[in-house]
Design a protein around this ligand. Structure first.
Ligand SMILES: [Zn+2]
Length: 578
C-alpha cells in the first residue's frame, strides 16, 4: 500500500538521520581515540589555556627537537576541511575533520604532504594569491589515522620550530583541552603559586586601608600560606587574584593551570575550568587577568572574580561574581585551590579579618564611562567614539592633547585613557582635516600613527569620510595622523643576478616597510604570476624555483609590493633555471 510504503520510507529516513546523529556529536575525550600527531616523544612547551598576548592559548605546543621537518601525522581518520596559508598567526596550517565530532588543527607547518601541497598550490595559482584559507569538500583530501600529512616547521607567528596542535568541536569550532584526550604526556608536578593580589572593588571598600595590595606567598610543595607577619584586614567589596602557573615533566616552561577554586568561609564561591574556549570572546582573557601585571611584569595573575563584560565560558561557579563582602570584625578563612589537567593540586589557606570602617572615596580623574553605554568625546581637532561593550567594566577615562614633535606627524596628538585598561573591540578616532597643512601626496599617504613621545611606533589604516580621516584601534594610547612617503624595501639576499639555479632552490628576498608594513606582494617570472611564501616575522619572501611550471632558461623576475598606505615598489632581477 502506498501509505505504508511512504510511512516505511519516513521511518527509514528518520532512522538514517538518527544513525547519522551520533557520528556528528562529540565523543567523550576518552572515546575519541586520537593518536599522536608526531612520531617522536611528546614534550610540551605550552599547554591549553596558557596566558598569551591578548588570548588564552587554544592548543598545545609540542617540541620538535629544535628542528623543522618532523613528520606530522593525522591524529584520526578524516578529511582535510581547511588549509590555511598566511604570513602571520598559524602560518601554514591544516584542519582535519573527523567522524568523532572533532576537528584537529596542525599549525606552523613547513610544507604539506605531496597531494595536499599540490592541491593547495593549484588553488593558490588559480587565485593568484599567496595567502588564503581554502575549504576543500569532504571527499577531496581524505586522510587515515597516522598518515603523514605535513612536515613540522616554524611558519607564521611561531617563535621557534614546534607543532601547535589543537582539538576543536566540529559543531561550533570551540577549542577543547587536548590534555583530556589521553596523549602520552607526563605531568606529576603540582601547580606553583607565587602571589596574592587583593583589590578594593568600590570607593568605600579597603584592604589594610588601601585600594590594592599584593603579597608574595610563603610555603611550597603544594601548600602555600601568607608569609609570617602578613595579615589582611578588609571592609566592603573585595576581589582576589592569584599568581599561579603549572609545569610539566621534562621542561621548565611555565604552562597554564586547569582549575582554580575559591572558598570563602567554607563555601565555594568561584571555580574556573579550562575545558573549552571560544574564539569569539578569547580576547576577554585581558579582563580575566591583571592586565597591567601581565603587560608590564609578565606575571599571570588570575582574577577570582568576573568583570561585568567578561564573557569567557570558563567560570563554572560564580557566587556574586566571586566578589567577597566584609562588614564585621570576624576572622574569615579563605582557601584557594589550583589544579592541573592531570589532577596535581596545590592549596593556599589564609584569613581575612573583617573591618567595620569604610573609607572615603578618592578623587578621580577623567570621565566615568560605563562599559555598557557608548561615549563620545570631542575637541577642536578630533572626536573619539567608544562604543558600548568595548570595555570590561566601568572606568574613568581622561582625554588630553599630547605634545609630539615629528616631521611625519600631520595633526595634533590625542592621548586617550590609560594603556593599562584593556579593550575588547575597536574605538574610533575621527580627525578633522580642516586647517591641517598637508600636501595632496601626504593626504594620500596618511595613516593613524601610535605616538610614543616624539616617535611613531604603530600603524592603523584610516578611512576617508569627507573632511574627516578616521582610524580604529583596540588599544588606549596616544594617536595622531601621520604619513609614510617611503616605498617598501625589496632586495635579494641569497642569489646572484644572472646566476644559474636548479629546480627546488628557494630564492630569498628582504621585503619590508618600516613605517606601515607590507600590504600586498606579487612575484612574476617572465611576466607569469608565481607562488611565493612571505614570512612576516623575518620579513623574508621565499620563492621556490618550480622548473615544471616555469621551464628552463632565462627568467626575468619582477617583484611588486605595496605598503600599508598603498605606495608601490617594483624590483627586477634575472636568473637562469638549469
Ligand atoms: Zn601554540
Amino acid at each position: 500500500m502506498p501509505t505504508s510504503k511512504s510511512a516505511t520510507l519516513l521511518i527509514t529516513l528518520a532512522l538514517t538521520l538518527l544513525s547519522i546523529e551520533p557520528a556528528l556529536a562529540q565523543a567523550p575525550p576518552s572515546e575519541a581515540n586520537f593518536g599522536s600527531p608526531l612520531d617522536i616523544p611528546l614534550f610540551l612547551t605550552g599547554n591549553f589555556a596558557e596566558i598569551r598576548n591578548n588570548h588564552f592559548h587554544t592548543g598545545i605546543d609540542i617540541k620538535t627537537e629544535g628542528v623543522e621537518g618532523k613528520n606530522v601525522l593525522a591524529a584520526q581518520d578524516g578529511y582535510v576541511s581547511r588549509i590555511a596559508v598566511s604570513a602571520y598567526g598559524y602560518g601554514k596550517a591544516l584542519y582535519i575533520t573527523h567522524p568523532n565530532g572533532y576537528t584537529t588543527v596542525y599549525a606552523h607547518l613547513r610544507e604539506f604532504n605531496f597531494s595536499i601541497q599540490n592541491y593547495t598550490n593549484n588553488v593558490l595559482y588559480d587565485n593568484k594569491n599567496c595567502e588564503m584559507n581554502i575549504f576543500p569538500q569532504a571527499g577531496i583530501l581524505k586522510v587515515t589515522k597516522g598518515e603523514i600529512i605535513a612536515e613540522s616547521g616554524n611558519s607564521g607567528g611561531s617563535g621557534g620550530p614546534h607543532l601547535h596542535f589543537e582539538i576543536r568541536r566540529t559543531d561550533n569550532e570551540h577549542p577543547v583541552n587536548p590534555l583530556k584526550f589521553g596523549f602520552d604526556i607526563k605531568d606529576d608536578i603540582k601547580p606553583t603559586m607565587y602571589g596574592l593580589m587583593v583589590y578594593a572593588m568600590d570607593d568605600t571598600s579597603h584592604v589594610n586601608g588601601t585600594t590594592q595590595i599584593s603579597y608574595a606567598l610563603g610555603g611550597t610543595h603544594g601548600n602555600y600560606t601568607l608569609k609570617p607577619g602578613n595579615t589582611l584586614r578588609a571592609h566592603g567589596k573585595i576581589g582576589l587574584a592569584i599568581h599561579t602557573i603549572d609545569r610539566l615533566n621534562g621542561f621548565q616552561n611555565k604552562c597554564g593551570i586547569y582549575t582554580i577554586s575559591l572558598q570563602a568561609d567554607g563555601k565555594l564561591v568561584y571555580k574556573l575550568e579550562m575545558d573549552e574556549l571560544d574564539f569569539d570572546v578569547n580576547r576577554n582573557m585581558n579582563s580575566h587577568v591583571d592586565y597591567k601585571l601581565l603587560k608590564y611584569g609578565n606575571k599571570s595573575y588570575h582574577k577570582l572574580f568576573v568583570e561585568p563584560n567578561n564573557r569567557l565560558p570558563i567560570y563554572k561557579t560564580r557566587v556574586n561574581e566571586g566578589v567577597l563582602y566584609y562588614n564585621d570584625t570576624k576572622v574569615h578563612p579563605i582557601n584557594i585551590t589550583v589544579s592541573d589537567t592531570y589532577g596535581n593540586s596545590s592549596e593556599f589557606n589564609f584569613e581575612i579579618k573583617g573591618d567595620l570602617e569604610a573609607t572615603s572615596a578618592l578623587p578621580k580623574k577623567g570621565a566615568l564611562i560605563y562599559y555598557n553605554q557608548p561615549y563620545t568625546y570631542t575637541n577642536d581637532f578630533c572626536s573619539v567614539n567608544i562604543p558600548a561593550y568595548v570595555m570590561y567594566r566601568n572606568n574613568y577615562i581622561e582625554f588630553n592633547e599630547a605634545p609630539c614633535v615629528n616631521s611625519k606627524v600631520l595633526s595634533k596628538a590625542i592621548r586617550i585613557g590609560d594603556t593599562d585598561i584593556p579593550l575588547q573591540s575597536n574605538i574610533s578616532i575621527k580627525f578633522d582635516t580642516t586647517g591641517l597643512k598637508m600636501t595632496k601626496e601626504q593626504y594620500a599617504q596618511c595613516y593613524m600613527g601610535t605616538i610614543n613621545g616624539n616617535y611613531i611606533n604603530g600603524f592603523d589604516a584610516i578611512t576617508k569620510e569627507g573632511k574627516f580621516l578616521v582610524g580604529k584601534t583596540r588599544v588606549y594610547g596616544t594617536y595622531a595622523l601621520a604619513y609614510d612617503n617611503s616605498e617598501p624595501e625589496i632586495r635579494g639576499i641569497n642569489y646572484q643576478n644572472g646566476g644559474n639555479y636548479y629546480d627546488g632552490k628557494t630564492l630569498k628576498f628582504i621585503l619590508k616597510d618600516v613605517q606601515t608594513g607590507i600590504s600586498t606582494y606579487n612575484v612574476y617570472f617572465n611576466d607569469k604570476w608565481t607562488l611565493a611564501y612571505y614570512d612576516a616575522k623575518y620579513k623574508v619572501l621565499n620563492v621556490k624555483i618550480d622548473k615544471q611550471k616555469l621551464g628552463a632558461g632565462q627568467q626575468n623576475i619582477k617583484i611588486e609590493a605595496t605598503n600599508g598606505v598603498g605606495t608601490k615598489n617594483v624590483y627586477t632581477t634575472k636568473i637562469n633555471i638549469l
